[in-house]
Design a protein around this ligand. Structure first.
Ligand SMILES: *[C@@H]1O[C@H](CO)[C@@H](O)[C@H](O)[C@H]1NC(C)=O
Ligand SMILES: *[C@@H]1O[C@H](CO)[C@@H](O)[C@H](O)[C@H]1NC(C)=O
Ligand SMILES: *[C@@H]1O[C@H](CO)[C@@H](O)[C@H](O)[C@H]1NC(C)=O
Ligand SMILES: *[C@@H]1O[C@H](CO)[C@@H](O)[C@H](O)[C@H]1NC(C)=O
Ligand SMILES: *[C@@H]1O[C@H](CO)[C@@H](O)[C@H](O)[C@H]1NC(C)=O
Ligand SMILES: *[C@@H]1O[C@H](CO)[C@@H](O)[C@H](O)[C@H]1NC(C)=O
Ligand SMILES: *[C@@H]1O[C@H](CO)[C@@H](O)[C@H](O)[C@H]1NC(C)=O
Ligand SMILES: *[C@@H]1O[C@H](CO)[C@@H](O)[C@H](O)[C@H]1NC(C)=O
Ligand SMILES: *[C@@H]1O[C@H](CO)[C@@H](O)[C@H](O)[C@H]1NC(C)=O
Ligand SMILES: *[C@@H]1O[C@H](CO)[C@@H](O)[C@H](O)[C@H]1NC(C)=O
Ligand SMILES: *[C@@H]1O[C@H](CO)[C@@H](O)[C@H](O)[C@H]1NC(C)=O
Length: 260
């Protein structure tokens, strides 16, 4: 009787050994963290288009590699990823419009971001809005000349939301003026005008994301993923996808217990 148990145990040992050393689940292997060449490790809830399996992350969390940069494509604009903090679910991004060598830097071509709050939330505690005011129908007072975007050929003014001259400028711009906004992060007491606004644009801003927590799965040796067919979270494990954790379930633990 004892011998029989040993044989079973031996069989299971071989089974696991074989499983772990030779046949890791392909989806588990596909979801190993990768990067675009900029050292920013990409893993759940994000995944890199054409490099990682789409089931490694959530729909809407697709990233792209471009010239060794990591790019997040939102409907209104493309952003370069500067940093990702998986522990606190925060991503710092910067508008890609100004990273390539462009000769003009007119902000009027940007579009307001309407981020899907079920995925990303712009943290309004740390960000404010940078406004671009253009297509004015009347002459703006010379007093406000310092807000004029010096990197743009067209008449365009740049100003943050809480600037005390905001109303004066929009009134002076007249009817039909075009206003677009971009989230920016300000240090204390920073004054933004048409000469220095690129510094704050380049710093980028932080968004929070919403996705099921990966802690339990990760601590059990798994990688989180999302099965698009059944539209459900999965804990991807060396053997196969599990529901929440790679640790054997209660029944399996009971079987192991009986064998001892
Ligand atoms: C990315 O992952 C590699 C390997 O796990 C690690 O050495 C590196 O420090 C990580 N980089 C960052 C920015 O976390
Ligand atoms: C790629 O990135 C490098 C360094 O960031 C830059 O010098 C180069 O101009 C970029 N190339 C293109 C085609 O954008
Ligand atoms: C983002 O970049 C992709 C690839 O370069 C491009 O096809 C797309 O039009 C860009 N999106 C926006 C909103 O500019
Ligand atoms: C994230 O949290 C883990 C465990 O709580 C910790 O070991 C790790 O250093 C943290 N990483 C960062 C970048 O804070
Ligand atoms: C940007 O491009 C212009 C000409 O297209 C060139 O003269 C200039 O040196 C470039 N600047 C950078 C930083 O690459
Ligand atoms: C902003 O701060 C308030 C209070 O400090 C907090 O309750 C709220 O969750 C914060 N918002 C975000 C998006 O972090
Ligand atoms: C952030 O936005 C929320 C909801 O839009 C609002 O209630 C809150 O007052 C805002 N916080 C700050 C600091 O602007
Ligand atoms: C606006 O300025 C231009 C040139 O500076 C001038 O010719 C024009 O009369 C001004 N228009 C108004 C409405 O003041
Ligand atoms: C507001 O605009 C008027 C002209 O429309 C100008 O004379 C005045 O100086 C402006 N005020 C400030 C504080 O810039
Ligand atoms: C962009 O947002 C600002 C306020 O944040 C608003 O005044 C403006 O009308 C919006 N522009 C467009 C084109 O939606
Ligand atoms: C998603 O779940 C279905 C049904 O359980 C399964 O057939 C399929 O292989 C799974 N796909 C991935 C990529 O895990």
């Amino acid at each position: 009787m004892k011998k029989q148990y040993s044989t079973i145990l031996l069989f299971f040992s071989f089974f696991f050994l074989f499983n772990y050393s030779f046949s890791l689940d392909p989806i588990f292997e596909s979801c190993v963290p990768k990067d675009c060449g900029d050292g920013i490790n990409i893993s759940y809830p994000f995944f890199i288009h054409d490099i990682q399996d789409p089931n490694c992350g959530y729909p809407g969390f697709e990233l792209h590699c471009n010239n060794r940069s990591t790019i997040l494509q939102l409907p209104e604009s493309n952003f370069t990823v500067k940093h990702i903090d998986y522990n606190i679910s925060r991503i710092r991004i910067q508008s890609s419009m100004f990273t390539s060598n462009r000769t003009d830097h007119c902000l009027s071509s940007i579009r307001n971001i309407t981020s899907d709050p079920n995925r990303f939330m712009i943290d309004n505690n740390t960000t404010t809005k940078l406004y671009s005011i253009s297509s004015c129908s009347s002459n703006v007072s010379r007093v406000l000349e310092k807000y004029r975007n010096r990197l743009c050929e067209n008449e365009e003014y740049v100003m943050v939301k809480d600037d005390m001259n905001f109303k004066n400028l929009t009134d002076g711009c007249g009817r039909g003026g075009k206003i677009v906004a971009m989230p920016v992060e300000l240090g204390g007491g920073e004054v933004v005008d048409g000469g220095n606004y690129m510094e704050v644009v380049e710093k980028g801003f932080v968004m929070r994301w919403h996705a099921a927590d990966c802690g339990v799965c990760e601590r059990s040796g798994g990688r989180c993923g999302f099965n698009r067919t059944v539209f459900q979270f999965r804990c991807l494990c060396p053997d196969r996808p599990h529901m929440v954790s790679c640790k054997p379930g209660k029944i399996f633990q009971f079987l192991l217990y009986c064998m001892h």
